[in-house]
Design a protein around this ligand. Structure first.
Ligand SMILES: Nc1nc2c(ncn2[C@@H]2O[C@H](COP(=O)(O)OP(=O)(O)OP(=O)(O)O)[C@@H](O)[C@H]2O)c(=O)[nH]1
Ligand SMILES: [Mg+2]
Length: 224
């Protein structure tokens, strides 16, 4: 086992795909709050791989090709479990998830197994089509999970790693984030939420609407 593992509690898993403009800032700002960043490069074809390098505080995992955000998240979370961390954050690498909110998540994890960022109370900066898709998918997943899921698509999350094993996703794409919520509800994990702002700047969304709708439908129909 890695020598850094046993003395530390909290790490951040940051999957990234072609984020050369933002990845360094996300990693450095996260390191103000966590003991280790596990950065998962999902087959980026830009310069992002060369922009961050592995060291005592950063584990860089280079996947052999682009597998999808879900697969990269699962790889990073499994690594966090292997390193014996107690908690793992997941943050997007496009700077939409300000690491400065990490302390609020750590507060909210008391009594919860999973804490999810909720952007839907502070939506003024969110593009209209994103407001619509986030509200709709959150309503649908709330019905599926038989509990209020305030923001089902937010990737800013805090996982209690002792209970993460049963909720790791099978799906490789963006739909994995919905799948983990369904699995958490089925496994009776406690899910909490923390209000965070919606941040949209110059980043270009990598989400493909058709593929995402198909993926989400698959999560709803899947046998668990
Ligand atoms: N590992 C991995 N990450 C990805 C992939 N595509 C996107 N991402 C990352 O997932 C995060 C979210 O991607 P976005 O395209 O911004 O999707 P989103 O934030 O859900 O959607 P927007 O609201 O449009 O920004 C970013 O940090 C991306 O780098 C991928 O194929 N693999
Ligand atoms: Mg984004």
């Amino acid at each position: 086992m890695n020598s850094i593992s046993l003395k530390n509690k909290t790490c951040a898993v940051i999957p990234f795909f072609n984020e050369e403009n933002k990845i360094k800032e996300v990693v450095n700002r996260s390191l103000q709050y966590v003991d280790l960043v596990i950065a998962v490069n999902d087959g980026s074809s830009d310069k992002s791989e060369n922009i961050i390098s592995g060291n005592d505080k950063v584990r860089l995992i280079n996947l052999s090709r682009n597998f999808g955000k879900g697969f990269a998240l699962k790889t990073g979370l499994q690594k966090a479990v292997e390193y014996n961390y107690q908690f793992a954050f997941t943050l997007d690498a496009d700077m939409q998830h300000p690491p400065e909110y990490i302390p609020y998540f750590l507060d909210a994890v008391k009594g919860n197994d999973l804490v999810i960022g909720n952007r839907l109370n502070l939506m003024s900066n969110m593009p209209f089509h994103r407001k619509l898709s986030n509200l709709l998918t959150s309503k649908i997943l709330s019905v599926k999970c038989k509990q209020k899921i305030k923001d089902s698509q937010c990737g800013y999350r805090l996982f209690r790693l002792s209970s993460v094993k049963n909720i790791l996703p099978d799906e490789a794409g963006f739909e994995a984030e919905s799948e983990m919520i369904v699995r958490a509800a089925l496994n009776k994990l406690k899910i909490g939420f923390v209000d965070i702002p919606s941040i949209y700047a110059d980043e270009v969304s990598k989400m493909k609407a058709f593929k995402t709708i198909i993926g989400f439908t698959k999560i709803l129909l899947k046998k668990y």
